[in-house]
Design a protein around this ligand. Sequence first.
Ligand code: PDD
Length: 291
Amino acid sequence: MTPFVADPVYLNGQFLPLAEAGVSPLDRGFLYGDGVYEVIPVYSRQAFRLDEHLDRLQATLAGIKLVSPLAIADWQALIARLIAAAPWDDQSIYLQVTRGADNKRDHAFPPASVAPTVFAFASPLVTTAAAVRASGVSAITVPDLRWSRCDLKVISLLANVLARQQAVDQGCAEALLIRDGYLKEGAASNIFVVKDGVLLAPPKTQLMLPGITYEVILELAARHGQPTEVREITEAELRAADEVWMTSSTKEVLAITRLDGQPVGYGRPGPVGERMWQWYQDFKNTVMRKG
Ligand code: PDD
């Protein structure tokens, strides 16, 4: 069986087997969810959009007032070493930084002498099975109960976890988050809508994670002349959509063909999404595999 986490993992300056990697139970990631993360896809051993992922990591660290424990060149070297050591050509690199472990529990930041905890590992990049892609997946809508800084990629993901589990409990792949009557994103993905041939994308605000894949989709749409509007999408528009898709570094572009038990459009992946999937595959095979 393919192991999900490659050995060695990286923890606080060391490369070591997962079984030997441990952190203090006083780590603030464990006590408070006080930390940040990134998920970076790797194609043919080339990290895709690494600069953009590291920029987003930097922005999230700044957003939670945590100084990056590593310089950009050190992040790059760490990631390169994980990629080289893992047995797969296509991978997903997970990075996590927490505010470290003090010798007591106190909500306020620990003294500067407490070093952040840095953890990273490589996994195989598991793409969606052709049969699932061909039929599309089901999703539910749920109220967006998250905080107001969803643009930060923080590890405190309880609202996302509960939303996704609600979807899984109903046999669905994703939960779409609705706040004040507007579609924001999925529990772990960005969401696009198609109506009358026009691609609609919610705008990047503090209430949505700025997905790296989201940017790629908008770039591909512009390059191929796909009419696009970046604007708020109402729940009513979502329900009347011809197509709905989810996008992320690990899911790529995946059609949502049933929403809250109702078919989306004709209940199968639509033409705009199919074209986007193909553009994405072409882009992956020509550009992403070169880094
Ligand atoms: N999640 N929105 C949310 C809430 C996410 O968690 C993710 C990704 C995205 C898509 O971002 P990107 O295109 O950069 O992967 C949008 C990752 C994959 C995860 O949590 O595992």
